[in-house]
Design a protein around this ligand. Structure first.
Ligand code: RIB
Ligand code: CA
Length: 307
């Protein structure tokens, strides 16, 4: 059965690809936006650009414009000033359906069975929703997060951007007691990279979505190579969608994961307990492996479905 999802995001180049894939692989009940890669006004505008470009009949609800406790931080070095640098920025007609993403998340989960939450930005909206309506934790089918890492960080040696940007929110979410919490951390997403060949294949598809994605990747790959000299740029956020739609691509391990909120050198670190005798029950299915080539094949097949 086609999964019903709410995407909570901060578009964001890789968020954009996640939305493109979810637009064909899932039933998107709504998109909520959060401050992250760019300020909320831009992540919301970017989400509207994407739903209009893809002709998705999906509302966008703006959410938190700052983290729960720490100062807002953005990622211009990876996504540019607009958060979606690269393609020519289209004029859009659409506007946000509301400025209350948290209310939308709560009401949608309460009025629909088997909804997946798919947060692929800082977890501020999800944490606020859980605090205001703890009942949604047991109502959802699950939550599939892009965030954290069972290895090195990216913003710091130990912390990944989404968790680092709002560690208090991430701690609330990881401790909330979700029965099915899937974690696509950097240790996984760095195995799912885009390169010049993928960009060329997207251009060959020749539809509006694939050409926009190719323009996004031209910027995203160049920005990544400038910073890291890597040949492939990690496609982080689509992993959170694929973990629901194509779980067979992944290797999962049950782990206990907690979030460090105050460490001098470790703020925002997801502390993944690798000890087999570790205390406490596992609260998370951590993704350790992905079939990258099959995932790229599914990416191209999915984007070819757009007119
Ligand atoms: O660390 C990668 C994550 O941070 C991705 O979700 C990317 O879009 C940024 O939000
Ligand atoms: Ca993101």
């Amino acid at each position: 059965m086609t999964p019903k999802i709410i995407i909570d995001c901060d578009p964001g180049h890789d968020d954009a690809i996640a939305i493109m894939m979810a637009g064909r692989l899932t039933k998107i009940l709504g998109i909520t936006t959060v401050s992250g890669n760019a300020p909320l006004s831009l992540t919301t505008e970017n989400a509207l650009i994407l739903t209009e470009l893809l002709d998705l009949d999906v509302d966008v609800h703006a959410g938190a414009n700052k983290p729960l406790m720490v100062a807002p931080r953005h990622a211009e070095e990876a996504h540019g000033r607009t958060g979606l640098d690269g393609p020519i920025r289209p004029e859009i007609k659409r506007t946000a359906a509301s400025n209350d993403a948290v209310h939308f998340i709560i009401e949608t989960v309460r009025s629909n069975d088997d909804v997946w939450l798919v947060p692929i930005g800082p977890l501020t909206n999800i944490a606020l929703a859980v605090q205001q309506a703890p009942d949604i934790v047991d109502r959802v089918a699950g939550i599939s997060i892009m965030g954290g890492s069972a290895g090195a960080g990216n913003v710091t040696a130990t912390a990944e951007f989404n968790v680092w940007a709002d560690p208090h929110a991430a701690s609330i979410v990881f401790d909330a007691g979700f029965e099915k919490l899937l974690m696509a951390g950097l240790n996984l997403t760095h195995q799912f990279g885009v390169d010049e060949q993928v960009i060329s294949d997207l251009r060959a598809l020749g539809n509006q979505a694939s050409l926009f994605a190719a323009d996004l990747f031209d910027f995203y790959l160049a920005a990544y190579q400038k910073r890291t000299l890597g040949t492939r740029a990690p496609l982080h956020d689509p992993c959170a969608v694929l973990a629901i739609t194509h779980p067979e691509l992944f290797e999962f391990e049950s782990r206990n994961v907690r979030v460090e909120t105050t460490g001098t050198h470790t703020r925002g670190m997801t502390v993944v307990d690798e000890r087999s005798w570790g205390p406490g029950p596992a609260n998370c299915e951590v993704e350790y492996g992905i079939d990258r080539d099959q995932g790229i094949t599914i990416l191209l097949e999915t984007l070819s479905a757009y007119s």
